[in-house]
Design a protein around this ligand. Structure first.
Ligand code: AN7
Length: 345
């Protein structure tokens, strides 16, 4: 059951809203005990990479596209660091309307680019960063009357709240702390709104602390300073001017949380740690979360025994280059048993 069916009564849809469904949402919440034990916490990972296009974007896209169809939109447009474009292209293909995506040229992971192209979107590589591509996409939407499906589209945030609802339903409560990567800052804002909904509806009693993690080279919220030239190996969050900055700051302030930065090296180390100590392969942006926890652990600032959920926003397969950059080559042998036994020794 997709997000619109599962949570329709809590979402702004009516009989007039077309049903759109790629079976998004309902992603696994997996207990990561080997790593949790090392850090002295109860650690859970929300595997958003299990969504149909391989990232959390599908949760918001399904409602944005349903509402675009309801409003008679002819086409979708978005700018993207990769995952929004993959998701928009998938849903456009599913419902049968054109999709135009603007990407920062040379800074989108290979898997995401392949997705947008194979789903049949018109892909335009802009010689500029994401923030500029977003401005251009907004103007394009106005000029051409296309539906804008970046998170400036309010339906994206509303439908991404479903992630928080699922976590509370799985745990029977909210976690003590919710740890999430921050790029354009929609997702942290959506999760906070989702937790607050569940509290208002009497389904949970306590709210989590919201911990937002940014890459050191693209950290306007963590540093409080504008970032005109964002740079990080976590290309998904290579964003200098987050659209939902104010909502994200409010989420962190109201929840008694914090923003943290992690370096590219810390991100890659966390990616390898997550994969090799839990069997979960997440893309670099997602692994900022574990990198942040490791950093807090080193500073003796991790509340021992507390429950932490990390949002693993995208599948590791989207960016094989990042993973391969930090592992060795396979051992090569001839097709002889002696060589195999030697290689195993
Ligand atoms: C894997 O696809 O902005 O803070 O254009 O792909 O809600 O932006 C992606 C963002 C985290 C940050 N993890 O979420 C895009 C795009 C992954 C992401 C984020 C993104 P927001």
């Amino acid at each position: 059951m997709g997000v619109l069916k599962r949570y329709g009564t809590y979402l702004p849809i009516s009989e007039k809203t077309p049903s759109v469904n790629l079976e998004e949402g309902n992603t696994p919440l997996v207990r990561l005990d080997r790593i949790g034990n090392e850090l002295g916490i109860e650690l859970w990972g929300k595997l958003e990479g299990c969504n149909p296009s391989g990232s959390f974007k599908d949760r918001g896209m399904v409602l944005a596209v349903a509402k675009a169809l309801e409003d008679g939109a002819r086409a979708l447009v978005c700018a993207s660091t990769g995952n929004t474009s993959a998701s928009a292209a998938a849903y456009a293909a599913h419902v049968g309307i054109p999709c135009y995506v603007l990407l920062p040229s040379g800074h989108v992971a290979m898997g995401k680019l392949a997705q947008a192209l194979i789903y049949g979107a018109k892909v335009i590589a802009v010689d500029g960063n994401f923030d500029r591509a977003l401005e251009m996409a907004r103007t394009c939407a106005e000029l051409k009357g296309f539906a804008m499906v970046n998170s400036v589209n309010p339906y994206r945030l509303i439908s991404q709240k479903t992630g928080a609802w699922e976590i509370c339903e799985s745990l029977g409560r909210a976690p003590d702390a919710h740890v999430i990567p921050v790029g354009n800052a929609c997702n942290i804002s959506a999760y906070w709104a989702g937790y607050k909904d569940f509290k208002a509806w009497g389904k949970i009693t306590e709210l989590p602390r919201m911990i937002g993690i940014q890459a050191e080279g693209a950290a306007p919220l963590a540093t409080g300073k504008p970032c005109p030239n964002p740079e990080t190996i976590a290309t998904a969050i290579r964003i200098g001017n987050p659209v939902s900055a104010e909502l994200a700051k409010a989420a962190v302030a109201e929840s008694g949380g914090e923003f943290l930065t992690v370096t590219d090296d810390e991100i890659l180390a966390a990616q390898a740690m997550l994969a090799s100590k839990s069997g979960v392969f997440a893309e670099p942006a997602s692994c900022t979360t574990l990198a942040g926890l490791v950093k807090l652990g080193h500073a003796k600032k991790l509340q021992q025994g507390a429950t932490f959920v990390i949002i693993l926003t995208g599948n590791g397969l989207k960016d094989p280059d990042a993973a391969l950059s930090q592992v060795g080559e396979p051992v090569r042998i001839g097709a002889e048993m002696e060589e195999l036994l030697e290689a195993l020794a």
